[in-house]
Design a protein. Sequence first.
Length: 411
Amino acid sequence: MGGFRLAPILAATAVLSAACGTSTASNGPTTGSAIVFGAAVSLTGVQSKEGGLTKQGYDLWFDWINQRGGIVVNNVKHPVQIKYEDDQSNSNLSATLVQKLITDEKAQFILGPYGSGATATDAIVVEQNGIPMVESNGAAQAIFNKGYKYTFGVLSPANKYLTGVLDMAATLNPKPTTIAMLTANDNFSVEVAKAVEDYAPSKGMQVVFSKQYPAAAPDVSGLVSQAKAVNPDIVMNSGHLAEAIAINKAAKQLGLNAKIFAYSVGPSTPDFINSLGSDANYVYDGSQWTPQVKYKPSFYLSVSDYVKAYQHKYNVTDPPDYHVAESTAGCLAFQKAIENAGSLDPGKVRDALAKLDVVTFFGEIKFDSRGINIYKPMVVEQIQNGVHHTVFPANVADAQPMFPTPNWDQR
């Protein structure tokens, strides 16, 4: 259960450099003790790709804040450390590691894991310890319906993931009207699917096929074959990256054609295109964030500067996907709450989080009474010629939807 130790080493270096470079003049900030954040993230296991993106987002902020000497609390700069543990994509292990981070590693605050399952178990631990957790990758509202006071989620909730695709579809001609819904049986995915089933009739659409399958199921061909039999206009999958790839492959193999293919999680990640090549084209997804959004942040980086910082740090030409962006946003929420609280006391920081209302490059961060961010909209993106494009809503779109999706034998 050894953790990932590079970040603390980097943090120690940042602490030293911050201490050496800090002004000791009476009118300038002095350097205080390091603030220790803990994060149990899926660095191995079935969700390691998404977990790796989560860590990238945290580390981007880590670099930025320590370059400035840390978080300023009452005119004292506190450098930041992030201590990582690998939860191996196991929700129960994640909770055990969060307790270890608090007890043994002396983490003062917790950054969330990847996924709603791990977030739900971690939320129990932080509640018991009275330690605030800001999470960026657990969208199931079930997490926030338990009366917890110490868990806050910066991302739009699960019920918004695919309803935007229906809004977009309603603008197309000829309008698609029938939907096949494939759903992994985890809390997040079930919430996404239920929202589609509830919302579709308001757009003149109908879910004509709906089946659940075991999360991380290796073989979905039987399910895809059943969906093909109803000849739907829209095929939707509510699941994660591995399942989205498997369903797309099976759709091609079995000749399941539809005007729209839309998946809740997966298409936004680099691995979706890397795994499927040209077969990833035409697929839509609901996205928490894209480089085309037009938010005007009150602090940190602009949208375009964030994209450049990501490309520079990780030496890539592709922009960051939304998992990276929302993870950075979770760190920004903590930073601003600590500044507003003027304290490192966990109770005071919790209260500052509850009152937080800021605009970042990721959008507005504001929590309802449950601790979930219902105030930030999502957008719809589509993969076109191997590139992600924002296609809805029109005021942020950089491309039109490619519609209808050609049949597999005509691509």
